[in-house]
Design a protein around this ligand. Structure first.
Ligand code: HEM
Length: 394
């Protein structure tokens, strides 16, 4: 329209700089160079983000009908399932989502361990990730208490006694956790607040985590620098792969949700909490079983707690246990050793989890101890030896 009226200023124009900035940021983000040899294990982060978004959305809907009161909580969850529009679906998605979230999280951590994504430049990303994992675990535990079924009640009881076993501060902390002498309405209020609040803290933490990864660039699975292996822009090469991975995960999710819900749901939690009846088998959700097993492999509540808490805490020490230098991924002989060691770590965790399910007595006690030893051996024996095995100078 050459020679026409000068363009009029509109509200849309005043928003332009912001829109332009946003577009520039998106372009920069889409063009982010990543090592061209990144494999499928690098899609686990995107899968985690997708599951977390689902958890947040379904969780917010569920809070509309939930009542954190010992006398009403179980009934409110039943009502959510039966009378709230699509409540059954929201709850199913949220429960299945919790399991998938932990499954993908464990996969993400194993990827990091195998490819040594914790060395030098990624040390802080790793430590932040460990913090996120701790927060996710507390959030998942608090969420498990909320439906106030038998497992919720007795799980809270076991956890409070474990906290109470901490020397000096234990009884005080137990009181703060329970809000009384046994699990009840004050406990539910605490768990509900914690569950709700931490969800948002985790969202903030994830934004920071991803920003840090993108600030430093991803590691290459080969351990070489991006200059050596070459790079590709994040979009479309990795976004498309991330999306495909999320779709495959969604399919698996729907299959479990619709055809195999018993894999995730604990039937005993469909019985209302009864403080007068201790169930024969008190057990946590599957993703806590290894830590639950570790609490029992030693005939001391305090040392059981140390073993169990230490199994998570030791992840924070990983960058110092493996003295490799930046740019040393899983390569050569080290790659085979790393695979075997990781298989032992996972095998150990499964063994101690199975022992935890079987009350850690008789043969299971032995199996639990072996599993626990295998788990710790990965961190305390293999990691310090890893750089030497691969012939790397520290
Ligand atoms: C809520 C939990 C988490 C979310 C949503 C998340 C998300 C992500 C995303 C999107 C990436 C970039 C893509 C990828 O490399 O897969 C990433 C990378 C990374 N994450 Fe996480 N993560 C979480 C927890 C953790 C945990 C628990 C750890 C370790 C203990 C961890 C350690 C790392 C590391 C080291 C990288 C960089 C990988 C590289 O070197 O390229 N993250 N994460």
């Amino acid at each position: 329209m050459a020679g026409g009226k000068p363009p009029e200023h509109t509200a849309h124009d005043s928003a332009q700089p912001l829109a332009q900035q946003g577009a520039a940021w998106l372009r920069g983000y889409a063009g982010l160079p990543l090592p061209r040899d990144l494999n499928w294990a690098w899609t686990l982060g995107a899968m985690l983000v997708a599951v977390l978004v689902l958890m947040l959305m379904t969780g917010l809907v569920l809070t509309l009908g939930y009542t954190p009161d010992a006398g009403l909580a179980f009934g409110s969850v039943e009502a959510l399932e039966r009378r709230f529009p699509y409540g059954w679906l929201m709850r199913g998605l949220h429960m299945t989502g919790a399991s998938f979230c932990m499954l993908v999280l464990y996969g993400h951590i194993l990827r990091g361990l195998y490819y040594r994504c914790y060395l030098a430049t990624h040390q802080r990303v790793w430590l932040g990730g460990c913090g996120l994992m701790a927060l996710l675990m507390v959030t998942a535990f608090a969420g498990y208490v909320l439906p106030w079924g038998q497992m919720s009640y007795w799980g809270a009881d076991v956890a409070s006694k474990a906290v109470g076993a901490i020397p000096v501060l234990g009884p005080e902390l137990e009181g703060i956790f329970l809000g009384g002498s046994s699990p009840g309405t004050p406990t539910l209020h605490r768990m509900f607040t914690l569950h709700f609040l931490l969800a948002f803290v985790i969202v903030g933490g994830v934004v920071l985590h991803v920003a840090m990864v993108h600030g430093r660039g991803s590691s290459s699975p080969s351990g070489r620098t991006m200059r050596d292996v070459g790079s590709l822009p994040f979009h479309p090469y990795f976004t498309v792969r991330d999306m495909l991975a999320v779709v495959v995960l969604a399919l698996a999710f729907v299959l479990v949700l619709c055809f195999w819900p018993g894999l995730i749901i604990e039937p005993a939690n469909y019985r209302p909490a009864n403080p007068l009846h201790t169930p024969a088998d008190i057990e946590p959700a599957w993703y806590f079983l290894p830590f639950y097993g570790m609490m029992q492999v030693i005939p001391s509540r305090l040392f059981g707690m140390v073993l169990s808490g230490g199994a998570v805490a030791i992840l924070f020490a990983v960058p110092w246990l493996d003295k490799g230098r930046a740019g040393q991924g899983a390569t050569g002989v080290g790659r085979v050793a790393a695979f075997v060691a990781l298989a032992c770590l996972v095998g150990g965790a499964v063994l101690v989890a199975a022992a935890g399910r079987h009350h850690v007595a008789g043969g299971w006690l032995l199996a639990g101890r072996l599993g626990c030893a295998l788990y710790y051996a990965y961190f305390l024996l293999f990691l310090p030896l890893r750089s030497r095995m691969a012939g790397e100078g520290a």
